[in-house]
Ligand binder design. Sequence first.
Ligand code: PBG
Length: 327
Amino acid sequence: MASFPKTRLRRTRSHDWSRRLVRESALTPDDLIWTMVVSGTADPTEPVAAMPGVERLSVAEAAKAAKRARDLGIPAIAIFPHIDPALKDADGTEALNPDGLVPRAIKAMKDAAPEVGIICDVALDPFTDHGHDGVFEGGRILNDETVEKLVAQALVQAEAGCDVIAPSDMMDGRIGAIRGALDAGGFADTMIMSYAAKYASGFYGPYRSAIGSAALQGDKKTYQMDPANAEEALREVGMDIDEGADFVMVKPGIAYLDIVARVKDAFGVPTYAFQVSGEYAMIMAAAQNGWIDGDRVMMESLACFKRAGADGVLTYFAPKAAELLNG
Ligand code: PBG
């Protein structure tokens, strides 16, 4: 081990050029996945109260945003639907509508900017009147019945031109079932990004109002992971890779960087982190109060995902961060 005074680690920190030379990781627009809320209402944009700077976008505005992503060098957009409450039911039937909001958004965005990858969430919660991600019966979420619906939802998305199917539901066995159905349906090239280690987290709070999900009956602890667990995350990720996931994700982000690092170390596969709505809201709220420098903390937080080993970050900050990175 190097020792003082022969070694002074401050030496290489003393100039901008030497700091750049010893920098171990870098953030570029290529690392950003823009998380975007789309809405079927007539208004082109609607503000999201708990997420200053984030707006729900109409399909036409989402198509414009796809062009903006292309121009900013952002490789992909992950879309999340705000569904009209009148279309919600216990089974989340609207999730399977081939002319629904998500398929319409996919088509419009791919038409506008075919170079930008489109990632779609697979889960029933935006479409159910109980707010759960799956089939809810007798106070329980039924696993295998849910997987059947998720498979159908994924096929609707693939048919509409979605590039990456992203199951966020945490049912057991859904990656294998979706991979099999995509292959059998002629979608062998459609990719899967698994929300592999997704925790039952309070950090999702603002998202529920962003997509207008129904008031949740109970909680999601019987399917999303316990924040106390790490070994279990490695098992979840390992199983999803085995079932055919092309990309794996850890969610939430900043408080779970140990999981990101361990997943990347253990498997070496393309690994992503989701900087979720509550993380965005916390940074923005403190910035708006003048308590932190918002741009600085945004860039620092994104850079930390890269240092931890993430290959990219799903973030509501994507357009703003890309603008700063592009100078
Ligand atoms: C739904 C889903 C959630 C998020 C993405 N997909 C919420 C949840 O699981 O309750 C959270 C995104 C965010 O907080 O930004 N399956």
